[in-house]
Design a protein around this ligand. Structure first.
Ligand SMILES: *Cc1c(COP(=O)(O)O)cnc(C)c1O
Length: 456
C-alpha cells in the first residue's frame, strides 16, 4: 500500500487539527483518534493499521452493490471524459440525467413518472417540502402548508430535514423544528406498545395522524411523511395494520403521502421501493443512498402523476434547484449501479435468496437472553436488546448497551450500528452466505459480552 499518495503517517493528527466530523463530539473523538479507512473490496473495509472489517452496514445503508466494482469506475471515467458537467437549469439536460429519470420510473409503478434530482437525501427532503406547498397553492389551497412527521423519524440534516425528523436531540441544536412542522407517534411496539397487541398498536399510532389533522385543521395540512421502515430510528418495522391505515387517512383527509425511500429504495426490502413492499402509493418519494450505492452523491424526488400534472400545468417556474441537480457524472454512476442491480438480479436475490438466508441467521439470535425482538425485511435487520424478555424491560442505560455490543463487534472485525438499545444491520446485496454466517457469529459473541457485563 506504500504507493498510496494519501498514506500519510500523521493523518490522525492532521484530522484532529482540521477536520470537523458529522454527528460527532469532536473533543472526545480527537482524544481517542479517528479510524482511517483506506480501501475496500466486496463487503470488507480496511483501516490504516491494516485491520480488516466486514461491513455489515454497507457504508451508511448505501453501498448496496459492494465495494470495488470496476464497472462503476469505468462508467464514471467515461462520462468524465465525455462531459464532466453541465446543468439542467436553462432548457438543457445531459444524456445520463434524462436516461436516469427514465430508468428510475421504470421501476416505480404506473403512477410515478417524474423525477427531480438533488445531491442528497436531505436536499430531496427540502425539495418535496417546497413542492408539496407549491402543489396546494397552485390548486387554490394556500393555507395547506403544514407537514406532519413522526417522532424518531429521520429525513436528513438540513433545516427542513432536521425539523421533519423526530430526533429531539437534533431539534435542540439550531432552534428546530421550524414553523409548520409537527410530529406524531412512531409504530415502535416493543417499547411503546404497552399491553396492546402489535396490530392494535399499529392502528392506534396511525390514528394519531387523524387526530393531528383534526387539531391543525384539514385545510392547513399539506402532507404526512414517513419512512416505510424507520432506519436511523432503529430499524423499526411497523405492525401490519399500520401502513394501510396511514394510506387510508391520507386519502380520506386529502393530504399528500410522502414515502421517504432514502434507505428502503432500490432493493433493500426485496422490492424496488419500500411502498411496493407495504402496498401503498405515495404522492412523493425522496430517494438517495442506494440510487448510486454511495459511489457518488446523488438523490432525487419521485413525483406522482397527481403532483406532476399540477407542476406541469399550473405552477409555471418551480424556483428551486441545485447547481448539481442531475450532475452527469453522478447520474452515470447511478445508471451503472441500477444496471448492475438489474443485470445481477439483486432485488430478486434480496427477496428470494440472500434476504431469507440473512433473516434465518438474524432470527436465530432471538434465543439469546439479551434479545427481545429480531426484525427483518429483505436485507435490513434490527435487534432489540432487553434486560428481561418476558416483560420487555429495558436495560437501565439503553444508550450504553448498544454501544457496548457495537464496540465489541468492531474489535472482532465487524461493523454494525447501534441506535440506543437496538443493533442495526444492512449489508450489501452481494454479500455471500458465509459472510452472513460471520456476521451472526460475531454479533452473538457481542451479545454474550453484554450478558456477561450485565451480570457483573
Ligand atoms: C440518510 C437519510 C436521509 C438523508 O440523506 P443524506 O444524503 O444524508 O442527506 C433522509 N432520509 C432517510 C430515511 C435517510 O436514511
Amino acid at each position: 500500500m506504500n504507493d498510496n499518495p494519501l498514506k500519510i503517517s500523521n493523518l490522525a493528527a492532521i484530522d484532529a487539527a482540521h477536520h470537523l466530523h458529522p454527528f460527532s463530539d469532536m473533543g472526545k473523538l480527537n482524544a481517542t483518534g479517528t479510524r482511517i479507512i483506506e480501501r475496500a473490496e466486496g463487503v470488507f473495509i480496511y483501516d490504516s493499521t491494516g485491520k480488516k472489517y466486514l461491513d455489515a452496514f454497507a457504508g451508511l445503508w448505501c453501498v448496496n452493490i459492494g465495494y470495488g466494482r470496476r464497472e462503476m469506475t469505468d462508467a464514471v471515467s467515461r462520462q468524465m471524459n465525455e462531459l464532466p458537467y453541465y446543468n439542467a437549469f436553462f432548457g438543457t439536460t445531459t444524456p445520463p440525467a434524462t436516461l436516469l429519470a427514465q430508468k428510475i420510473v421504470s421501476h416505480a409503478g404506473p403512477n410515478m413518472n417524474h423525477v427531480f434530482f438533488t445531491n442528497s437525501g436531505s436536499e430531496a427532503t427540502d425539495t418535496w417540502f417546497r413542492m408539496a406547498r407549491v402543489y396546494w397553492k397552485a390548486l387554490g389551497y394556500p393555507t395547506k402548508t403544514h407537514v406532519i412527521a413522526r417522532r424518531n423519524g429521520y429525513h436528513g440534516s438540513t433545516v427542513a430535514g432536521a425539523s421533519l425528523g423526530g430526533m429531539t436531540w437534533m431539534h435542540e441544536q439550531g432552534n428546530l423544528p421550524i414553523d409548520g412542522v409537527s410530529h406524531i407517534g412512531q409504530p415502535y411496539w416493543y417499547v411503546e406498545g404497552g399491553d396492546l397487541t402489535p396490530a392494535e398498536f399499529g392502528l392506534k399510532v396511525a390514528r394519531e395522524l387523524d387526530a393531528k389533522i383534526d387539531e391543525l385543521g384539514e385545510d392547513n395540512v399539506a402532507a404526512f411523511v414517513a419512512e416505510p421502515i424507520q432506519g436511523a430510528g432503529g430499524v423499526i418495522v411497523p405492525p401490519e395494520t399500520y401502513w394501510p391505515e396511514i394510506a387510508r387517512i391520507c386519502k380520506a383527509r386529502n393530504i399528500l403521502l410522502v414515502s421517504d425511500e432514502v434507505i428502503c429504495g432500490f432493493g433493500r426490502l426485496g422490492s424496488w421501493f419500500g411502498y411496493q413492499h407495504f402496498g401503498y402509493e405515495p404522492d412523493l418519494a425522496p430517494v438517495a443512498k442506494g440510487l448510486s450505492s454511495g459511489y457518488l452523491p446523488i438523490g432525487g424526488v419521485l413525483v406522482s402523476d397527481r403532483v406532476a400534472e399540477v407542476m406541469l400545468t399550473k405552477v409555471g417556474d418551480f424556483n428551486h434547484g441545485f447547481t448539481y441537480s442531475g450532475h452527469p457524472v453522478c447520474a452515470a454512476a447511478a445508471l451503472e449501479n441500477l444496471r448492475i442491480i438489474e443485470d445481477e438480479g439483486l432485488v430478486e436475490r434480496v427477496r428470494d435468496d440472500i434476504g431469507p438466508y440473512f433473516q434465518q441467521g438474524w432470527q436465530s439470535l432471538l434465543d439469546h437472553e439479551t434479545v427481545g425482538e429480531a426484525v427483518n425485511v429483505g436485507l435490513i435487520g434490527g435487534l432489540q436488546l432487553t434486560a428481561d424478555k418476558a416483560t420487555r424491560k429495558r436495560f437501565d442505560k439503553p444508550d450504553d448497551v448498544g454501544t457496548l455490543v457495537r464496540n465489541h463487534c468492531l474489535e472482532n472485525g465487524l461493523v454494525m450500528r447501534a441506535t440506543g438499545d437496538r443493533m442495526l444491520a444492512s449489508p450489501a446485496f452481494t454479500i455471500s452466505r458465509s459472510e452472513i454466517d460471520q456476521i451472526i457469529e460475531i454479533v452473538r459473541k457481542g451479545l454474550d459480552h453484554l450478558a456477561h457485563t450485565a451480570r457483573i
